[in-house]
Design a protein. Structure first.
Length: 159
């Protein structure tokens, strides 16, 4: 009941405030609704005498965030887009074939080799960290990674 009264009393004032300060292109109606939603979600934390101030602060902050977002979009739009590459079609095709071979070779590794190899090479974890994660010795990690590299070299001659 109190919330409904509060909405009827301040919704138009908040809308007018946001509209006059920021204009209509940033959807002040949406920000008014979002402000009241935030008030509803935090009604247990906000004292009734502070609710109007809270509401206007939230509405203002939502609009400021929207302004920032619009600036980022504008900056990205103004940035020249790269529509070409210096790589030849042959290079791109070879790169694609190589990546397919590499994926196939990695999938042919044993589970133990694959997990140790990917943790080390993709996630950048040190042998000690991998040993702790897999609950094995550092020597076992080294052996798995060495085995994986050896198998990958056999499967793909380009490595």
């Amino acid at each position: 009941m109190l919330f409904n009264t509060f909405f009827k009393k301040y919704a138009k004032d908040l809308h007018d405030f946001l509209h006059y300060k920021f204009g209509s292109h940033l959807n002040p109606k949406d920000k008014v609704q979002e402000s009241f939603i935030k008030l509803w979600e935090n009604c247990g934390k906000v004292k009734p005498e502070k609710a109007k101030s809270y509401l206007f602060t939230v509405g203002n902050n939502l609009m400021l965030n929207e302004v920032k977002h619009q600036k980022v979009k504008l900056k990205y739009r103004e940035k020249p887009q790269k529509h070409h590459t210096n790589e030849s079609p042959e290079f791109l095709m070879e790169e694609n074939e190589y990546m397919q071979k590499l994926q196939a070779a990695i999938s042919n590794l044993t589970e133990a080799q694959r997990s140790a190899f990917l943790l080390n090479r993709v996630e950048g974890k040190k042998h000690r960290e991998i040993a702790e994660l897999l609950d094995i010795s550092i020597k076992a990690v080294e052996k798995r990674i060495y085995g994986a590299l050896k198998k990958l070299r056999e499967d793909i001659k380009e490595i």
